[in-house]
Write a protein that binds this ligand. Sequence first.
Ligand code: ADP
Ligand code: MG
Length: 242
Amino acid sequence: MKLKIENLVKKYDGNLVLNNLNLETEDINTLVIIGPSGGGKSTLIRILAGLENPNSGKVKIDDEKIRYNEKYLCSYRKTIGLVFQAFNLFPHLTALENITLPLIQVHKLNPVVAKERAVSFLTRFGLKEHMNKKPGQLSGGQQQRVAITRAITLETRFIILDEPTSALDPALTAEVLDIISELRKEGKKIILVTHSMSFAKSVADRIIFVAEGKVIEEGGPEIIDNPKTDMLKTFLNKTLKY
Ligand code: ADP
Ligand code: MG
C-alpha cells in the first residue's frame, strides 16, 4: 500500500483539525499512527476510510485518487475493513451474524459461503465456542476479536484500526495485539492508531507522529527510541512505554 497525502485540510466548526497534512510513503504493509489525544489521528483515518470529506487536499492510495463524492465513496468503503475503539458490533446479533451479515448484505456473498468463511476465521481466533453469543455475553477482548474477524473476513484491500485496544485491560489487549501481529505476518495491509509504543515498534513498517493536525515526524520503528523533534520527545516522555 502506497499512500500520498497532499495538503489535507479538515475543519470542524471553523476549527482547523488537519492543518495542511502531508505524507508520502513507499509501498508498505503497516502504517502506524501515534500522537497526542486531539491531534487529528481519528480524523485522518476517517478521511482515509472515506467516512469523512476533507475541506481540501488530495489523498492517493496506490496511485488511485480518492474522490470524495458519495457515488465513489460508496464502493470505495467496501474495500476497507474498519475496527474502532468501541467494537461497533450489532448488539442484537450473534458474533457469527455480526460477521456474516455484511458479507451477505453488502458484499453479496452466498449465505452458505459466508457462514463457512466466518466460522473458519472465528475458529482460527479461538472464538468458535462463542459464535452464537451476542456481544453483551462476550468479554471486551472477545468482542474486539469478533470486530477484527469481521474486518478481515471481508477480504478488503486494507484494514484500518483506530486504537483497537484502548478500551481493554492488559490481558485482553495482548489477545487483540496477537491477532494484529498475526495478520501482519500474513502480509495484510494495516493502518493502525495505537497508544502502545512497544507494539507500534514491533509491527510498523512506517510510523507517523501526528499532532496539531500535521505529520510532525515520521520514520521507521526506530523513531520510538530515537525521536528527532522536541514534540515527539515530549510525547514519548509522557507516554507509558508499554
Ligand atoms: P485524535 O484521534 O488524535 O484524538 P481526533 O481526530 O479525534 O483526534 O480529533 C481532533 C480534533 O477534532 C479534536 O479537537 C476534536 O474535538 C475535533 N473533532 C473531531 N471530530 C469532530 C466532529 N465530528 N465535530 C467537531 N469536532 C471534531
Ligand atoms: Mg482518536
